[in-house]
Design a protein around this ligand. Structure first.
Ligand code: ATP
Ligand code: MG
Ligand code: MG
Length: 587
């Protein structure tokens, strides 16, 4: 075929397919619905959904909802939204909990085959059986391991019927705990079922007091859904052995063969540094916290650390809901992940690398606009009625992006405060008294003649005249006063001063000292050309999550921006900076 080479047609993913070259590929993306997805999950989605799509197969979205304590409805919805936002449609949305009855039956079957037993040992005792803290001491079995099958069945039913509290009984798989040659901890009699005290489940209600573990559930659900290729990250490499073991015990797989049953393979995680991806840490940023502070005299006091961001979708975070809201296009994310490649090695990047890829994508795909963050009014005193005009300006001066817009030019324009100086100097090329500067797309440059200030010494207004025939050294952006749209523009910088926020003290609240006070800079009085209304009309604003139909543009000489779908109102548009125009030198 003439298909260009990509991650699916060469390398690791090609070999995974060749190990099991079936006609009907079935894969799955199996998130735990206990948090919002982050940029690392984008790789998991791209790998699993992308693999199925490439082979014209199907991919399930399976919520791995076996831990009722941590699951919340909002995560379920958000995960599906994000999968769709990334451009994938699950073949079916399923839940591990759909299979609780069947899993329970198979657990009893496993006991009957003498491959599982109910154990009442404490966690500490089980750890000792498994070789102690460093797994070095000799391993041994407890008496429960050899109890009669019927007794384990009875005890397992007692677990099911609420006769035990959490920690008082487990169903353990009878693997190779006592084989001194078995070096894989995943084979040392892992738990298959546990009692959960706070056991109300969002889908099965109060039916279950026992819940299956990941190690018991995952491979079996893969088999139930007839998954062919089950891809996960490399921390599950050792789990592959127990995955196969359990399926083999239940005749769902044939030893040393991939003919029958699902095949697990492991790829390297994507870690993005320079930000925080851990759920627990993001939660601290979202909710704030209170820590105990030890004083030198030995007394302690409570210190309240306020939230550092406004929510899980705050544009400064790297959750996928945050990246979407900030305006990062889904295609740009997918392309980025694909370019990093898929192997069994860990991929570690810093946030600027992601930003560079986003910038490259936006450069070729979004229109240009003129946005003035901190406006000063310039009155061009000798403008005639003829000079006032409607300019026709292309959306992209290089012509890569089709289309043009009308830009009104009147006697009064706004320029950015940073483009004016009260005193000229030879190395300065923008506006100053008696200095000439060009205005983008305006047929004549202007020259400042005077300016006025308010009581605080802040420049409030500049008077200027046309300077036809002069050759300006620099052109600046501007906005016509009479047609300007007022907007709030939010610029974003790194949330932390350090490049390695994971190394901060997260336990005792020390991270708070490293928060960047300028992570968000808000320009309440910004103005943008009225053409933004046309861009918005072309798109139509959707509530967050409904669509990726976001309004994005490059504000000339400023940054890439996106209209915020949550905070914008009829009266006031709010813009989020997507990325800067260049890699930031300073924070
Ligand atoms: P985290 O602990 O970061 O929340 P997780 O592994 O608990 O991640 P799950 O909901 O279990 O999150 O993840 C669903 C799938 O996404 C799993 O197959 C997991 O291997 C994969 N995944 C999670 N994090 C990454 C990552 N950083 N890179 C690639 N894949 C990932
Ligand atoms: Mg997990
Ligand atoms: Mg997790």
């Amino acid at each position: 075929t003439s298909e260009p080479a990509n991650v699916f047609t060469e390398g690791w993913l090609k070999r995974v397919y060749e190990e099991k070259p079936v006609k009907n590929v079935r894969s799955r993306f199996p998130p735990e619905p206990n948090g919002f997805l982050h940029i690392g999950h984008c790789k998991a989605i791209a790998v699993n959904f992308g693999f199925a799509k490439h082979h014209k197969g199907v991919c399930f979205l399976r919520y791995d909802d076996t831990n009722p304590v941590k699951e919340e409805e909002i995560y379920f919805k958000s995960i599906l939204d994000i999968v769709k936002w990334l451009g994938f449609e699950p073949y079916q949305v399923t839940y591990s909990s759909d299979h609780f009855d069947r899993l329970y039956e198979l657990a009893e079957e496993l006991i009957r085959r003498d491959k599982a037993y109910v154990c009442h040992c404490s966690r500490e005792e089980v750890n000792r059986q498994r070789g102690g803290p460093d797994n070095r001491s000799p391993r041994y079995a407890c008496g429960h391991r050899t109890r009669p099958i019927e007794e384990s069945i009875t005890e397992f039913r007692a677990m099911r019927d609420g006769k035990y509290k959490a920690g008082e009984a487990y169903l353990r798989m009878k693997q190779s705990l006592t084989d001194p040659n078995e070096g894989n901890p995943q084979m040392w009699d892992l738990p298959a079922y546990r009692v959960v005290d706070k056991n109300h489940h969002h889908r099965t209600g109060d039916k279950w007091k026992i819940y299956p573990t990941y190690d018991f559930t995952h491979c079996l659900c893969d088999a139930f859904e007839e998954i062919t290729h089950s891809m996960c990250t490399t921390e599950f490499l050792q789990s592959r052995v127990s995955y196969d073991w359990l399926l083999e015990q239940l005749d769902m797989k044939v030893p040393k063969s991939e003919e029958k049953g699902p095949m697990q393979r492991e790829y390297g995680r994507l870690n993005v540094n320079g930000t925080i991806l851990s759920k627990r840490r993001i939660q601290l940023l979202v909710e704030g916290t209170t820590v105990e502070k030890k004083n030198e005299d030995g007394t302690t006091e409570k210190k309240v650390i306020p939230p550092a961001v406004r929510g899980w979708d705050d544009p400064r975070l790297y959750t996928l809901v945050a990246l979407r809201r900030r305006g990062i296009p889904a295609q740009a994310l997918l392309k980025f992940v694909e370019e990093l490649g898929v192997t069994d090695a860990l991929t570690e990047i810093q946030t600027p690398r992601l930003e560079a890829a986003i910038r490259k994508h936006l450069e070729r795909t979004v229109p240009r606009q003129m946005l003035v963050l901190d406006p000063i009014k310039v009155i061009i005193e000798d403008m005639t009625a003829e000079d006032e005009q409607e300019l026709t300006v292309p959306y992209d001066p290089k012509g890569t992006i089709a289309g043009e817009r009308k830009v009104r030019l009147g006697k009064e324009v706004c320029i950015d405060r940073s483009d004016f100086r009260e005193e000229d100097s030879p190395d300065y090329f923008r506006l100053a008294p008696n200095k000439i500067v060009g205005l983008y797309n305006v047929p004549f440059p202007i020259c400042a003649t005077s300016f006025s200030k308010d009581g605080n010494g802040k420049v409030t207004e500049i008077k200027a005249v046309k300077a036809p025939g002069e050759k300006p050294k620099t052109y600046i952006h501007w906005v016509d006063v009479s047609t300007a749209i007022p907007v709030t523009a939010r610029q974003y910088n790194s949330l932390f001063k350090t490049d390695s926020p994971n190394a901060l003290d997260w336990k005792n609240g020390g991270y708070a000292d490293d928060l960047n006070p300028n992570s968000e800079v808000i320009f309440e009085n910004a103005v943008i050309e009225r053409g933004l209304q046309d861009l918005i009309k072309q798109h139509s604003l959707h509530p967050a999550g409904a669509s990726d139909d976001l309004v994005r543009f490059q504000a000339l000489r400023t940054a890439y921006f996106c209209v915020d779908v949550v905070d914008s109102t009829e009266d006031k548009i709010v813009l989020n900076q997507i990325v800067s125009l260049r890699e930031d030198k300073a924070k």
